[in-house]
Ligand binder design. Structure first.
Ligand code: AMP
Ligand code: GLY
Length: 414
C-alpha cells in the first residue's frame, strides 16, 4: 500500500512510525512532514491549502490511502476531494468533521443522540449573550464556535469575567457564534476511538496537560505532555464512555448520512453525575497520539485502511500492557512566538527501545538538526508501570539539549 500522510507535527511522526511497521507499506509520502517523518518516507513540501494539487500528487504517485493528521484540512474538505477522486481516506468528510469544527453542531448532535454534556446556549451576537448572562445572574464558560487552535474557550469565575470573555472571543475569527456553557467540575480524560462509520475500536484513555506551567498553571498550549492509559478510567468506565458518549454520536451521524470515518476524540470530564463530553475532535490528538500509538500492537495501517473503506474489525489491534508518558520539549518563546534555529543534540544517542523521540518543530539542514517550531520534540517513555514510563521519558528529556529548551516536569505525576 502507498500512503499519503498529511501534517508536520509530533502526531504525524508517530503515525508515520506506526504505519511504517506494517508489512503492507510499499511507500510513504508526507506533506509537508518533518525531520522525523523523513526517516520513514519522502517529505513533500506542499501547501496544505491547495487540495486540488494534493489530489493530483496522489494520482501521479498511485496513492492507495490518504491519512490526515490535523483538523484544518479536514474542515476544508480534503477527504471529500480524495473520495471524489476514488482514493480511500482515513479521516472524516468536512460534514462529519463539523463535530470538531463547529461546537454548536457538536452540541446539536449530542442533544439528538442523548449524549451527556454541559447545558449550553448559542448566540450570534455578543449583546444577546451579555443580556443572557445578566439575566441568569451567574458566570458561564464562553466558547467561540469555530476552530481556534485551543484558544477558543474561556472559563471565567465571575459575571464580570464572563462579560469580558464574551467580548474577547466575539472579536476573534472563530467568534461569530458564541456558546455559553454550564461549568462542570471533575477530572478530565480523553478517549479516542477508530471508526469506520459504524463500528468503533476504542484506544487507551489518555490525559493531556494543556497548560504551559507546572501544576496546570499559565497559558493554554496545544499540549505539553500526555500519559496513557489513565487509571481513573478502568475498563468498565471506558466501556461506558464508548457506549454512552461515542457510539451514539457515530450512530446519529450515520443516520444523517454523514458517516464518521477516522478518529473520534472525546474530551470528557468525570463529574459526580458520571462522564460528560466537553468537546469532540475529529482526529488524533497531538501529543496524545505520541503516547497512545506506542501502546498498540497489530497492523495499524491495515486497520486505518479498514476504517477508510468501512470494514473495521475491532479485534485487529491489541493494547499492550503498561503505560506511556510523552513529555513535550518546547522552544524559547512558546506558546507565544517561538525562537527557531537552535541546534539540537542528543537525539541520536537513544539506546533504550522503550523510548521513542518524536519530531515536531524540527528541521534537518546544513547545521544538523535544529529547532523549527514551538513544540520541538515529544519524548515518549513506555513501561510496565507509570513510574517506569515516566522515568524513561524524563531521562531522555534531560539528555536532549538545545538552547531555550523547556518542559513540564509533572507529566504523569498522578
Ligand atoms: P474544549 O476546547 O471545549 O475542550 O475546552 C478546553 C478546556 O476548557 C477543557 O479542557 C476544560 O478544561 C475547559 N472547559 C471547557 N468546557 C468546560 C465546561 N463546560 N466546564 C468546565 N471546564 C470546561
Ligand atoms: N492535545 C490536544 C489536541 O490535540 O486537541
Amino acid at each position: 500500500m502507498k500512503v499519503l500522510l498529511i501534517g508536520s507535527g509530533g502526531r504525524e511522526h508517530a503515525l508515520a512510525w506506526k504505519i511504517a511497521q506494517s508489512p503492507h507499506l510499499r511507500g510513504l509520502l508526507c506533506v509537508p512532514g518533518n525531520a522525523g517523518t523523513g526517516v520513514y518516507g519522502k517529505n513533500v513540501p506542499f501547501p496544505l491549502t491547495d487540495i486540488g494539487a494534493l489530489v493530483d500528487l496522489a494520482e501521479r504517485e498511485g496513492i492507495d490511502l490518504l491519512v490526515v493528521g490535523p483538523d484544518n484540512p479536514l474542515a476544508d474538505g480534503i477527504v471529500d476531494r480524495f473520495l471524489a477522486a476514488g482514493i480511500p481516506a482515513f479521516g472524516p468528510t468536512a460534514a462529519a468533521a463539523r463535530i470538531e469544527s463547529s461546537k454548536a453542531f457538536a452540541k446539536e448532535i449530542m442533544a439528538a443522540a442523548g449524549v451527556p454534556t454541559a447545558a449550553s446556549h448559542v448566540f450570534t451576537n455578543p449583546a444577546d449573550a451579555e443580556a443572557f448572562v445578566f439575566a441568569s445572574g451567574r458566570s458561564w464558560v464562553v466558547k467561540a464556535d469555530g476552530l481556534a487552535l485551543g484558544k477558543g474557550v474561556i472559563v471565567p469565575e465571575t459575571i464580570g469575567e464572563t462579560i469580558d470573555a464574551i467580548h474577547h472571543l466575539a472579536a476573534t475569527p472563530a467568534g461569530s457564534h458564541l456558546l455559553l456553557e454550564e461549568r462542570l467540575f471533575g477530572r478530565e480524560v480523553s478517549v479516542m476511538a477508530l471508526c469506520d462509520g459504524q463500528r468503533l475500536l476504542p484506544l487507551p484513555s489518555a490525559r493531556d496537560y494543556k497548560r504551559f506551567g507546572e501544576g496546570d498553571t499559565g497559558p493554554n498550549t496545544g499540549g505539553m505532555g500526555v500519559m496513557a492509559p489513565v487509571d481513573d478510567v478502568p475498563p468498565a468506565l471506558l466501556d461506558q464512555i464508548v457506549q454512552q458518549c461515542l457510539q451514539p454520536v457515530v450512530n446519529e451521524l450515520a443516520a444523517r448520512e454523514i458517516p464518521f470515518r477516522g478518529v473520534l476524540y472525546g474530551g470528557l470530564i468525570l463529574t459526580d453525575a458520571g462522564p460528560k463530553v466537553l468537546e469532540f475532535n475529529a482526529r488524533f490528538g497531538d501529543p496524545e497520539a505520541q503516547a497512545i500509538l506506542p501502546l498498540l500492537e497489530g497492523d495499524f495501517l491495515e486497520v486505518l485502511y479498514d476504517c477508510a473503506v468501512g470494514g473495521l474489525n475491532p479485534e485487529k489491534l491489541r493494547r499492550r500492557r503498561g503505560y506511556a508518558v510523552c513529555v513535550v520539549l518546547c522552544a524559547e518563546g512558546y506558546p507565544g512566538k517561538p525562537r527557531k534555529g537552535d541546534q539540537i543534540s542528543g537525539v541520536e544517542a537513544i539506546d533504550d527501545d522503550q523510548v521513542i523521540i518524536f519530531h515536531a518543530g524540527t528541521t534537518l539542514g546544513g547545521r544538523g538538526l535544529c529547532t523549527n517550531g514551538g513544540r520541538v520534540l515529544g519524548v515518549t517513555g513506555v513501561g510496565t508501570t507509570l513510574a517506569r514510563a515516566r522515568k524513561r521519558a524524563y531521562e531522555y528529556a534531560e539528555r536532549i539539549k538545545f538552547d531555550g529548551k523547556y518542559y513540564r516536569t509533572d507529566i504523569g505525576a498522578e
